[in-house]
Design a protein around this ligand. Structure first.
Ligand code: NAP
Length: 448
């Protein structure tokens, strides 16, 4: 049976997975999802930057063969039937193992329909689907669906959300020494309070849960409570910590910090910490030393070539990244802590606009923008494409194409130092030149 229904892969070669590693041909096929809202503008700026870097770094020997796949608005346009995340797209990512995506509309309110052009959420007349969006008049109004980002993560089992956070010289930010923060955050992506197991206050099933916990388990819960479940498993914790430590080993990083609220939530967050240490000692014994071993056996003097595995309570970690940021390197956290600390760290170095991201599974890697679709700027060639471009550099590093990745990062640094930036940075930088999204992409290429 054909793998794809409405899309055809271009000529190129497949990335394969052999002996626990991806094997990358010189002309790998890489699926991309342009994204909704500002996605197409950003993609037009991003693709030439990545292609130019690869061409320059390898003298034309290597080339990415891009394969457009669909989610969100373009999926609805091509597939109809309210199919915003088609099987074709999931199959393409499963088949080619590495993909890049722009932002996608995610409904948040309690409305029945969402417009994929302007992200407005709405109810239809008499509960029926509106013919046109009440806000922008587009015809691309579709029934409310669960987050496409969550859908992609769950269906492809992308359990680690990875966010490197560092400062780019010249970017305005709220702290005095932003260069001291350079962390890579590994956030568990599939469990914790994000498991979606919730019971609404007042519902019959909620009363049953409360009664069971009160009567059978002897736990005191107010009868007028809503209930949320926070599962944290050995499987979920260990595979996340394994990825974080493996990254630290592969990239010669100095420490891995497990961040948790184990003093309060002993059997979930505390267990995450314990399983993390267990995994570190079981699988990376030759590479790591724990903080306890450092003090008990080495008098606090770090043996050379080892990675320090330590843990911090979550609230203290928020102080640490502000007060002693250079003591942290790779950071591994359960889902909710990870969500909070990623944005806090990104804000510390000048905001989310420049933050790249990746979602990783055992074999599949999906690189993505961390911002949303900013629908009010759709089609204006205005916004900052750095988040997707930098996600592209993470992707290049994942392919082992480090020379091309470095070239892009250095060119972005140079472009920002020249104060040639998009509106979001220009409004905060004295004497800066405001560039369009596409012009900024071209400036990066000039600076390679
Ligand atoms: P948003 O799209 O991130 O936009 C919020 C504001 O952030 C924008 O108005 C703009 O600020 C700034 N911004 C975002 N991207 C920018 C860029 N590339 N360059 C410069 N500035 C940028 O958040 P939202 O308006 O809350 O969400 C819109 C839609 O995106 C929703 O459907 C949401 O669920 C979805 N979303 C998707 C993802 C994802 O796909 N990963 C992530 C978050 C949200 P100014 O107006 O101040 O210039």
């Amino acid at each position: 049976m054909a793998l794809f229904d409405k899309i055809t892969p271009p000529d190129g070669d497949k990335i394969t997975f052999e002996q626990d590693r991806i094997k990358v041909p010189d002309h790998p096929i890489i699926p991309f999802i342009e994204g909704d809202g500002i996605g197409p503008d950003i993609w037009k700026a991003t693709q030439p930057v990545l292609d130019s870097a690869v061409a320059k770094a390898y003298g034309g020997k290597k080339k990415i063969i891009w394969f457009q796949v669909h989610a969100g608005l373009t999926a609805l346009q091509l597939y109809g039937n309210d199919d915003v995340l088609p099987e074709d797209t999931l199959n393409a990512i499963r088949e080619y193992l590495v993909a890049l995506k722009g932002p996608l509309t995610t409904p948040v309110g309690g409305f029945q329909y969402v417009c994929l052009v302007c992200a407005a959420e709405q109810d239809g007349p008499d509960g029926k689907r509106p013919d046109k969006c009440v806000k922008c008049g587009s015809e691309w109004v579709t029934p409310r669906f669960r987050s496409l980002n969550v859908g992609l993560r769950q269906k492809l089992d992308l359990y680690a959300c990875v966010r490197p956070v560092r400062w780019f010289e010249g970017v305005p930010c709220p702290v005095k020494e932003p260069q001291r923060l350079n962390v890579i955050i590994y956030r568990e992506n599939t469990e914790d309070v994000y498991s979606g197991i919730e019971f609404e206050q007042g519902k019959e099933e909620t009363q049953k849960v409360i009664q069971y916990l009160t009567k059978e388990m002897g736990k005191l819960i107010r009868p007028d409570s809503g209930i949320g479940i926070k599962p944290i498993s050995i499987t979920g914790s260990k595979r996340l910590v394994r990825k974080a430590i493996q990254y630290a080993v592969d990239h010669h990083r100095s420490s891995v910090t497990l961040v948790h609220k184990g003093n309060i939530m002993k059997f979930t967050e505390g267990a995450f910490r314990d399983w993390g240490y267990e995994l570190a000692k079981e699988e990376f014994r030759d590479h790591i030393i724990t903080e306890k071993e450092l003090w008990d056996e080495h008098d606090g003097k770090m043996p050379s070539g080892k990675i320090l595995v330590k843990d911090r309570i979550a609230d203290q970690m928020f102080q640490q990244v502000l007060l002693r940021p250079d003591e942290y390197d790779v950071v591994a956290l359960p889902n909710l802590n990870g969500d909070y600390i990623s944005d806090a760290c990104a804000a510390q170095v000048g905001g989310l606009g420049l933050a790249p991201g990746a979602n990783l599974g055992d074999q599949i890697a999906l690189f993505e923008a961390t911002h949303g679709t900013a629908p009010k700027y759709t089609g204006q060639d205005k916004v900052n494409p750095s988040s997707v471009i930098l996600s592209g550099t993470l992707m290049l590093e994942h392919l082992g194409w480090h020379e091309a990745a470095d070239m892009v990062v250095k060119a972005i640094e140079k472009t920002i130092q020249q104060k040639r930036v998009t509106y979001d940075l220009e409004r905060q930088m004295a004497g800066a030149t405001k560039l369009k999204c596409s012009e900024y992409g071209q400036a990066i290429i000039e600076n390679m």
